[in-house]
Ligand binder design. Sequence first.
Ligand code: HEC
Length: 157
Amino acid sequence: MRKRPLLTAVALPLALVLAPALGAGGAAAEELVAYEVVEGAIPASLTGVPGDPEAGKAAAVHRQKGNCLACHAMPIPDQPFHGEVGPDLSAVGSYLSEGELRLRLVDSKKINPETSMPGFYKVEGLHRVAEKFRGKPILTAQEVEDVVAYLLTLKGN
Ligand code: HEC
């Protein structure tokens, strides 16, 4: 009888360690929306719901989502660090179309196979992905639409 608390003490932490690992491969995997690439662009919205630029800005800055500032300068002065790996995005909405921006976000490698920019709406070919994120795109289809809407507001000075 006195063995019981000891068994619980061992079994509970073990369950806590195993539960997330077992959960990851199962129900989590999300079906990606099918899309068509036409001449370097994805002309059609992934969701049919107009993107929200404010939500897009938040997703772009968010470290676990877009994390765009790791590689790009953007006109968001309250954020301390802006990367230089990719081009400055301050006027990107003035020279790339909605569909061109959408393809760059969804899967930049379809434009430049060598790019270091991650595909934000794909589940294969992602490196350094933590177990709990496997099988899921970095951004949801609606977050892609939101970020596209935000980028379209960036027209430079
Ligand atoms: C790991 C670095 C990295 C991250 C993170 C990254 N990008 Fe990029 N991005 C690049 C590089 C490098 C390029 C240059 C084009 C190429 O490599 O093909 C680029 C190009 C672009 C372009 C085309 C710009 C132009 O002038 O043609 C857009 C738009 C863009 N990125 C948007 C984003 C957005 C929005 C995010 C966040 C959701 C993001 N990127 C995250 C590296 C990154």
